[in-house]
Design a protein around this ligand. Structure first.
Ligand code: PLP
Length: 456
């Protein structure tokens, strides 16, 4: 198996051709899911004693399996949080995949880790973090939020130990119901409680509301709180919480301040949105997913700490066989819940190095403008009403007279036609439609096309 012979060379060319033709598609077909039965029927048996041979395995992958995945970079994929990796980032990912890089330690992956750290430093500067800030790229926002919160609790636990205090009755995290579901998932993994704070009329978590909630808690509950989570671009509505206010409250109560910018953090780069993030420079930890609005392929989340030592002492794994790695150099594995890791920050670094920061600022501004223009179309439409004025690149709106079943049927219909992928979302006032703009290839004409089908 491990030979580069004539057969491998033919396969290599076929694989590279397949990858390149996908990269060249502009746009790619939207495609869509198939049932497992259909796939089994079309793919046939694939794991056999003798092997299919590369040409046949590639045929199954290219012609049967790949079309059964929705192209998340299609310009009319507007559901959830789409992706739109640059060609440069995708091509760099091919090199990362081909290079067998272990990017958990400096000793083994110095060049890749250096590039990742340059990209992290760029983000730290955009935030306004101090010189010593640093972190690591993890697989996604869910992993980033968990790792940050584990570091936060570790610091709180260490502080209690230093002061001779025992563990609290229950550990708790403060957040709003608009926080991403991964915060609840992290709390479940950590066996913590979430203390909900109501959002204001603009769906924002505010410093004043956090303060009021802390004050109404009993001493025992308050004693176990170790972090407050604010969101820099909520998933459902794209709202940026009152980061400055929450930072102030956290400072007054000596609480770790985590900002989840998995989706919206990219808007820090856009001059028109930057003021919404005032106060982010006071965060203890921050995440943003390059695989969302920073145009990198899956999977990639930048996790940054103001004080990386707090994370290092929480996450460094200890074992005799790892001692040799303790060289004082930057070991990415020390800053999150992982050990082995892909150099998943390199495609982002490569694309940023290739295109320059201004191209990123422009592309992000483009999505913000498209959201504002879409909101204007929705406002002008007799059957549509906005759920919320867009702050970033999410536009949520209702079709008057439609119930959940009508939204679902419409969503299925337009996917089956290969037109667009848009799914309904739940809001406090019932189901709604939601566009999330990320892709610079999406135009107002795409939006008009989709809105036109709402008359059907
Ligand atoms: C605000 C926010 N946080 C966290 C996540 C989770 O990110 P991931 O899917 O990369 O784990 C998302 C995903 O959309 C998100 O929007």
């Amino acid at each position: 198996m491990h030979h580069y012979d004539a057969e491998t060379d033919a396969l290599a060319r076929a694989v590279i051709d397949t990858a390149l033709s996908r990269v060249r598609m502009d746009p790619p077909p939207l495609d869509g899911p198939r049932t497992a039965d259909e796939l089994e029927r079309t793919a046939g048996p694939t794991i056999t004693e003798e092997g299919l041979g590369g040409a046949e395995a590639l045929r199954v992958l290219r012609d049967v399996l790949a079309p059964a995945t929705i192209s998340i970079d299609h310009p009319r994929f507007l559901a959830f949080v789409p992706a739109a990796p640059t060609e440069a980032a995708v091509l760099a990912d091919l090199i990362v995949g081909a290079s067998s890089i272990y990017a958990g330690s400096w000793m083994e992956g110095a060049g890749a880790v250096y590039a990742e750290n340059v990209a992290l430093r760029f983000l730290a500067d955009e935030i306004g973090f101090p010189d010593g800030a640093g972190g690591v790229f993890v697989s996604g926002g869910t992993a980033g939020n968990l790792s940050a919160l584990v570091a936060a609790r570790h610091r709180a636990r260490a502080g209690r130990t230093e002061q001779g205090q025992s563990r609290p009755h229950r550990w708790s995290i403060v957040g709003s119901a608009e926080a991403h579901s991964s915060i609840q998932a992290a709390a479940d993994v950590m066996d913590c409680d979430i203390i909900d704070v109501p959002v204001d009329a603009n769906a924002r978590l505010t410093g004043a509301a956090v303060r009021a909630r802390l004050e109404e808690l009993d001493d025992e509950t308050r004693d176990g709180i170790f972090a407050v989570v604010a969101t820099g671009g909520t998933t459902n509505l794209g709202v940026v919480d009152d980061l400055a206010g929450v930072a102030e409250t956290c400072a007054d109560h000596d609480l770790w301040f985590h900002v989840d910018g998995a989706y919206g953090g990219a808007a820090l780069l856009a001059p028109s949105a930057r003021p919404r993030f005032a106060g982010i420079e006071r965060a203890d930890s921050f995440i943003v997913d390059p695989h969302k609005w920073l145009f990198a392929p899956f999977d990639s989340c930048a996790l940054l700490y103001r004080d990386p030592d707090a994370a290092r002492s929480a996450h460094t794994q200890q074992a005799g066989y790892l001692d040799v790695l303790t060289t004082g150099e930057w070991n990415p594995s020390d800053f999150a819940h992982h050990l082995s890791r892909r150099a998943r920050g390199v495609p982002f670094w490569f694309s940023l190095a290739t295109h320059g920061v201004q191209a990123y600022r422009d592309a992000i501004e483009q999505a913000l403008t498209l959201a504002r223009d879409t909101a204007a179309l929705v406002r002008a439409h007799p059957d549509l009403e906005l759920v919320h004025e867009p702050e970033l690149s999410v536009v949520a709106f209702r079709r008057r007279g439609w119930q959940k079943a009508a939204y679902d049927a419409w969503s299925d219909r337009i996917l089956r036609r290969g037109l667009a992928f848009v799914v309904p979302t739940g809001t406090h006032e019932g189901p709604a439609l939601r566009f999330c703009f990320i892709n610079p290839r999406t135009t107002i004409t795409d939006v008009e096309l989709i809105l036109g089908t709402l008359d059907d």
